[in-house]
Design a protein around this ligand. Structure first.
Ligand SMILES: Nc1ncnc2c1ncn2[C@@H]1O[C@H](COP(=O)(O)OP(=O)(O)OP(=O)(O)O)[C@@H](O)[C@H]1O
Length: 475
């Protein structure tokens, strides 16, 4: 027989749920406080599902959830919450709750279905499904418990209509995760639209987000729908949200509060139902503390925060990631030797998976059709100069580089009878890339690691700057 536990201080709720599920043939036990919860004889009682209210007079539901999960890990937990505590309910899912339900219950059938789903859930099958779905969306979950937990929480959250904030170092996979959330959500047949708030000017960003009317400003030759409008019921991904200007932050806050916005140059109010997923390299709470980011917007965005761990704290995932990256580049027949993988695992990866992807790509390009890549084939020297705001590596002067190259070229001219033009052209390309990097590094050193400022000084876009640093493809 199915055994259900209800923990709620509102007696009527307990009575109602008890009647509802007893009629379905379940054995229901109701407790009205933390004290009564702790009086349960856990050795005698085994529960299949527990419904726990977050707010109890003598303790909080989260601690009961943790206690129950320790005592009976197989018991599924459904959190009951009021609107104001949705954020805590989502935190509860990170702690092992399977789902949450907002009170008052509007649709009893939905509640019954939720309980049925929990009872029929096969965890191993579920996990397999989630990992496969992630893989299909280009996200390798890997072996680390950190990532497994993160993806399972992201999957649960994807089913709800709450805003999500993804935090993580550069290149750690924030955009891939946001795509996974979209694909795993009931909105997956609607558009997914992504925009980088740090890469374009304030006025362009405003018109990209909200659209503009014909003639709204010089150059606005046609009406243009903004991303909020185009996203419809889908997902809008706002990358590098910390870089949004104060004016844009105010506008975003308004949309989040009212779900309403206007195209630039229009007085007609439009509505949006898009789910917002925002991402930031910077800790947004710290940006709030420094008065760089609006606190009210921060609270609207971070109903759920998902922290992607840096690659250096999940090095056990490197073998699977390398396999994925090798296949993604169309080299499924090439493998990396154990020593090669070990070498990759010894490195610290300040640029995370993007940097790993670049190293794998470079290694494959230079590997001359080898079927097994060895440790010697991997050069990490270039990637070690990936800039980090705090650790800027020593910069070799551009003049020295050019001089070294000139000397080598002259020596080759004098030594060899035949000119290997193809080789020289490849070297020129490499030199171009190295010098590009040098100049960016110098600019970064002068701007204390501020990428936007460095890009401004070099009169290139932030995207181009990242391309030069091998952090992004140019498209
Ligand atoms: N878990 C993963 N599995 C497979 N590929 C991944 C994973 N995470 C990241 N990548 C790859 O690493 C690269 C960088 O990922 P992504 O652009 O999502 O990072 P990001 O955190 O959004 O970067 P940024 O902070 O610069 O915006 C991409 O090529 C992406 O496909």
């Amino acid at each position: 027989m199915i055994h259900l536990l209800v923990v709620d201080d509102e007696k009527e709720v307990g009575t109602f749920l008890s009647r509802l599920f007893t009629m379905k043939g379940y054995l229901v036990q109701v407790v009205n406080s933390g004290k009564e919860f702790h009086e349960i004889d856990w050795n005698q009682q085994r529960f299949d599902v527990a419904m726990i209210d977050l707010k109890l007079p003598d303790c909080d539901g989260l601690s009961l959830l943790q206690h129950l999960k320790q005592l009976q890990p197989r018991c599924k937990v459904l959190i009951m919450t009021g609107y104001s505590t949705v954020k805590t309910a989502v935190d509860a899912m990170k702690l092992g709750a399977s789902d949450y339900m907002e009170k008052p219950f509007v649709d009893i059938e939905v509640l019954e279905r939720q309980i049925d789903n929990l009872l029929n859930e096969n965890e191993a099958l579920n996990q397999h499904f989630i990992h496969k779905l992630a893989e299909d969306s280009g996200l390798i979950v890997g072996e680390s418990p950190l990532m497994k937990n993160l993806i399972e929480t992201a999957f649960k959250v994807a089913q709800k209509s709450v805003n999500v904030l993804i935090e993580g170092e550069t290149g750690s996979g924030k955009e891939v995760l946001s795509r996974f959330i979209h694909i795993a959500s009931p909105r997956n047949h609607e558009p997914f639209i992504g925009i980088n708030c740090g890469a374009i000017s304030e006025s362009l960003l405003e018109s990209e987000l909200f659209g503009h009317e014909k003639g709204a400003f010089t150059g606005a030759t046609q009406l243009r729908k903004g991303f909020f409008e185009i996203a419809g019921n889908g997902t809008l991904f706002l990358d590098e949200i910390a870089d949004a200007s104060p004016a844009i932050q105010v506008k975003l806050l308004r949309v989040l509060e009212t779900r309403e916005f206007m195209r630039v140059g229009s007085s007609v109010t439009l509505r949006t139902n898009a789910r917002l997923v925002a991402a930031s390299n910077e800790n947004l709470q710290q940006a709030v503390d420094k008065n760089k980011f609006r606190e009210d917007l921060f609270y609207r965005l971070n109903v759920v925060t998902l922290d992607i761990p840096p690659l250096r704290s999940r090095k056990e995932d490197i073998p699977l990631l390398v396999r994925h990256l090798v296949e993604r580049n169309g080299h499924g027949d090439i493998s990396f030797s154990n020593e090669a993988i070990e070498k990759l695992q010894q490195y610290n990866w300040p640029g995370n998976i993007r940097e790993l992807s670049n190293v794998v790509m470079r290694t494959l390009t230079l590997a001359d059709n080898k079927s097994v890549i060895t440790a010697n084939d991997i050069s990490l020297s270039n990637s070690q100069i990936t800039p980090d705001k705090n650790v800027l590596p020593e910069i070799q002067s551009t003049e020295n580089l050019l001089e070294e190259w000139r000397k080598k070229l002259v020596a080759d001219f004098n030594e060899k009878d035949e000119l290997m033009l193809e080789e020289i052209l490849t070297e020129i390309k490499q030199l171009q890339s190295t010098i590009g990097k040098e100049l960016v590094m110098q600019a970064l050193q002068k701007t204390y690691g501020n990428r936007n400022e460095a890009a401004k000084r070099l009169q290139i876009s932030i995207r181009k700057l990242r391309y030069i640093l091998n952090e992004k493809s140019q498209t």
